[in-house]
Design a protein around this ligand. Structure first.
Ligand code: DGY
Length: 324
């Protein structure tokens, strides 16, 4: 069933940069969630009803129930590189292609991982608060001492596009790089002098451990009490990937008890909620999932997500099909 003027219908679950909406509106009848918030499952189902295309966000759980709201649904285009919010198996069963936005957010996310490395290591946020509160009364030899970054060992878990961009930046800080992934990536070993090690060795040896793995059944809680206990007392954990990679309550305990020195987090296990006690810990820097949050990146993501919808509804293979 087509919409007004015989056009196919596309439902967009939240306002995205206009460039993507303009692309869609050239071809389709487009409906955008009118509220500046995540839709409930009921509202999502209502929006998808009789739609041909769905452009959704990482905050939308795209279940089989949502997919079945429209017998015409021909594409689920996620406005994110990660797609753990979509039941891809159910989509595949129904012959609905799922797409994502890889590549365009690599640099923005790697930059943010570095912002967290620097800010948690060098106590930037604590220092800013201290200064604003008028507590800075003069230079002090022991004032807000942090951990050095240059020359320290960086452990990268997940050597995909973003992990590699983080490694590239580390070369400017003269950091020995260790990495762990399901497979070795020989090119990065040569380019950045990175050494492939087991996850345990990486945890035991690194001064900064930064996570860049996708969230799957196999990676959920890959960093829990045992793994935190293996890290150096002086080490920091950085997560800009997905919250459930880390057992957040175990992390709170580890930070509270000085098992590790600090954590820089952009993502949370039960987003947007934080584990009890996390917000009270001074040795953390906590961001509201800003990895791809630059004007440039979000616009490119909008173009990419729209291109995926357009290709699929033209009957072509969308450029960024998720591999199952
Ligand atoms: C993604 O794309 O998966 C990020 O987490 C959001 O930008």
């Amino acid at each position: 069933m087509t919409g007004k003027a015989g056009k196919m219908r596309v439902f967009v679950t939240r306002q995205i940069p206009q460039v993507g909406l303009d692309m869609l509106e050239e071809h389709f009848e487009v409906t955008v969630n009118p509220y500046d918030r995540v839709l409930t499952e009921e509202e999502l189902i209502e929006g998808v009803t009789d739609a041909h295309g769905l452009l959704c966000l990482l905050t939308d759980a795209i279940t089989s129930k949502v997919m079945d709201a429209s017998p015409y649904l021909k594409v689920i285009s996620n406005y994110a590189v990660g797609y753990n919010n979509i039941d891809v198996a159910a989509a595949t069963q129904r012959g609905i292609p799922v797409t994502n936005t890889p590549g365009v957010l690599t640099d923005a996310t790697a930059d943010l991982a570095w912002a967290l490395i620097m800010s948690v290591g060098r106590r930037i946020v604590e220092g800013d608060t201290y200064t604003r509160k008028g507590r800075f009364v003069g230079w002090g030899p022991m004032l807000l001492l942090g951990g050095a970054v240059a020359g320290k060992t960086l452990g990268i878990v997940g050597m995909g596009r973003i992990g590699q961009a983080v490694a590239r930046r580390a070369t400017g800080f003269d950091m020995p790089i260790l990495y762990h992934d399901v497979e070795r990536v020989h090119s990065v070993e040569e380019l950045y002098n990175a050494r492939y090690v087991s996850l345990d060795e990486l945890l035991e040896t690194s001064d900064f451990v930064t996570l860049h793995a996708p969230l799957t059944d196999g990676t959920k809680h890959m960093v829990g009490k045992r793994e935190l206990g293996m890290m150096k007392k002086t080490a920091y954990l950085i997560n800009t990937a997905r919250g459930p990679l880390v057992d957040e309550q175990a992390l709170v305990e580890a930070l509270r008890e000085g098992v590790i020195a600090g954590a820089g987090l952009d993502v949370y296990e039960d987003e947007p909620k934080l584990a009890t006690g996390l917000a009270e810990l001074p040795n953390t820097v906590l961001l509201p999932h800003l990895g791809s949050a630059t004007l440039e990146t979000r616009s490119k993501m909008a173009e990419m997500a729209a291109s995926n919808v357009i290709a699929a509804l033209r009957g072509e293979t969308p450029p960024n099909l998720v591999e199952v």
